[in-house]
Design a protein around this ligand. Sequence first.
Ligand code: NAI
Ligand code: MG
Length: 354
Amino acid sequence: MRLDIAVLGGDGIGPEVVAQSLKCLRSVEETFGHTFKFKKALIGAEAMDKKGSPLPDETLKICKNSDAILFGAIGMPQYDGNPDSKIWPEQGLLKLRKELDLFANIRPVKVFPALIRQSPLNKKVIQHTDLVIYRELSGGIYYGNKSMDSGTNIATDTCSYSEDEISRITHLAFKAAKNRRKKVTLVDKANVLETSRLWRRVVKSISKSYPDIELETLFIDNAAVQMILNPSQFDVILTDNMFGDILSDQGSVTAGSIGLLPSASVGTEYAMFEPIHGSYPDAKDKNIANPVAAILSAGMLLQHFKLNEEADALVAAVLKSFSKKIVTPDIMGSSKYGTDYVGDFIADNIMEID
Ligand code: NAI
Ligand code: MG
């Protein structure tokens, strides 16, 4: 198969971890006889510094002309929450998601048996965790009207959702549940928020066309507690943009490190694959960032194109790195292995499985 892949490393550790995904995809290409063409493009703080925009037109064009996008992370401390800045790196990612209409961010959270002792949570509580979060990605408070009145010191962010926006991700979540343990948990704040009330109405109505799927509803505050107390109760979690962001970072405690969790952001036309973590600026160029979230995101890219054997080979190589303890220090504090070494090990161990 030939695939044109846009590569947006971004800021901080983004380029380092994406470089490891590329090694793995090159290994897949060689092992299985595919042709992957990679095209790098600027996004985030680096794009602001070099091109004056967090999402230059050229980058958008490259993304639109590609079959898929590999993304690292964006964001640098000098821009975080800076009230004097009119533009900031995160706008690049938000705009990209909007322009490509990437409305569903799919975030699996699993416990890897070889790493079960790395989580601070009780082994018995987390051992069967295998859930996937369907986070709405193109609406909600991230995209609603915003204002900041420096005279009155009143700032506003608006959370808004349409029935169509809720409906399209809901169908994806229910379809995913059909091939899993047949349960969808809608996480919202319907006791307070109008948008959540709309989510409940739309999701309940759609659930009638999936009679074999159980629908459960939970308030976000309770869901946050349940994620820690009993994460194995969840199968598919369906939720809005902000609740999904927070809940999935929380889920990383179950897995052992946020550096392990991948995601796929999909729409009807485009798809982007990105670790759930941010740019972790303190670790930039220190060769300590965990590349596994980015590598498993490349695995989700392979699955997206139905290259299942290839994805299985990549995951098998990741699991081998865990069992051989070839991991970065976020997993095992005493580990001496760096980002590059772990990436090389995984890429070198991608092979056809008989
Ligand atoms: P972060 O995810 O970058 O880092 C939080 C903590 O998670 C780090 O201190 C580190 O302990 C750990 N961590 C993250 N990635 C890791 C990895 N690959 N290996 C090992 N440990 C890892 O989130 P933070 O500190 O809140 O934000 C830093 C910057 O990233 C900010 O500018 C923020 O806006 C941006 N950001 C970007 C995202 C994206 O591009 N999708 C998502 C979240 C934050
Ligand atoms: Mg997050």
